[in-house]
Design a protein around this ligand. Structure first.
Ligand SMILES: Cc1ncc(COP(=O)(O)O)c(C=O)c1O
Length: 325
């Protein structure tokens, strides 16, 4: 085993500019609700071509607030993908609703619109579509069926910052999109997330809900509604600014690594990630390969680990998690 080089699943790209920006906030003494948060939000909104961005404390917090935007409550159903991170479904449970899992398309690993339509009942209130492994879901079909059935659409783009659907960035298609900035993501703020939206009204509600239900017009100790503390602090936002400044370079570097894997795996009997087409441009998150059936996955992972290459069994389906069963 080569003990000098370990290839981790992911590592954040932090440089002197990030350090400088974080130090600036630390030295300013304005660590939360200062000017850095809005600067970060405006850069994020530009990056995904959305009119509004609200930074929050995590992607999970963003998804939870989107359940509030959609008016999800006890007795409602929220359709989502079983092949995602648990937060995509947990957000419905937080509001007393039931997640309903529609099947995925085995080609894209994203929701199959026909399966979503088949899962709709009179109780369906919202759909949480996921761009798993950075690959855009089928938004034209999903938007059309949500419109047809009067269902709110939430986009879980936590793994997909920089991806494009039909020529436009995810986040620019009008409905709320949720982003996550944990250090394994394309860019990081430590912990953190955001919700972008095309609606000024939704944005106003998000800003209030994340800040203990304060209203724009109310003073610090007045609360107009039940809210949460889902704020992102200014130290994290400063790191986010540094990350967004080099987002293009980060995405290009990840793309280059993925291309190298593609070349190296060309003669290996595994199914490599679905290539882009004119409607779908992936943002590289994890590089997931499918082994031929009958191959011992754990043995392959153990062998890679001996060589210092980290892997993970992406992705245990949500409906099979013990608490979900
Ligand atoms: C698809 C998806 N949704 C939601 C989340 C939740 O984000 P966070 O960990 O910031 O709460 C993640 C992060 O792992 C994710 O991959």
């Amino acid at each position: 085993m080569n003990t000098t080089t370990r290839i981790n699943l992911s590592a954040p790209w932090i440089d002197e500019r990030d350090e400088e920006l974080v130090l600036e906030v630390l030295r300013s003494g304005w660590l939360s609700l200062g000017p850095t948060g809005p600067r970060f939000e405006s850069m994020l909104a530009d990056a995904v071509e959305a009119p509004h961005a609200a930074a929050v404390s995590s992607g999970t917090a963003g998804l939870h607030l989107c359940m509030r935007l959609a008016g999800v409550g006890p007795g409602d159903e929220v359709i989502t993908s079983p092949y995602s991170f648990v937060a995509s479904a947990n957000c419905a449970i937080y509001e007393g609703a039931t997640p309903v899992f529609a099947d995925i398309d085995p080609r894209t690993f994203n929701l199959d619109p026909a399966a979503v339509e088949a899962a709709i009942t009179p109780r369906t209130k919202a759909l949480v579509a996921v761009d798993i492994f950075g690959y855009p879901a089928e938004y034209d079909e999903l938007i059309a069926l949500c419109d047809r059935h009067g269902i709110a659409l939430v986009e879980d783009s936590c793994e997909a910052l920089g991806a494009r659907y039909k020529g436009r960035p995810l986040g620019s298609h009008g409905h709320p999109a949720v982003w996550a900035f944990y250090p394994n993501k394309q860019m990081t703020t430590g912990e953190g997330g955001a919700v972008t939206t095309g609606s000024a009204e939704q944005h106003e509600l998000l800003v209030s809900l994340r800040n203990q239900g304060r209203l724009e017009t109310s003073s610090w100790l007045q609360h107009g509604r039940l809210g949460f503390n889902y704020r992102l602090d200014d130290i994290s936002a400063a790191l986010g600014i540094g990350q967004l400044e080099k987002l293009d370079r980060i995405l290009a570097a990840r793309g280059a690594v993925a291309a190298t894997y593609g070349e190296l795996l060309a003669d290996v009997d595994v199914e490599t990630p679905l290539p882009d087409d004119e409607n779908h441009v992936r943002s590289w998150f994890v590089y997931v390969v499918k082994l031929p059936s009958g191959v011992d996955r754990d043995a392959v992972m153990a062998r890679l680990s001996e060589d210092g290459v980290a892997t993970a069994p992406y992705l245990p389906s949500i409906h099979l998690q013990s608490y979900m069963r």
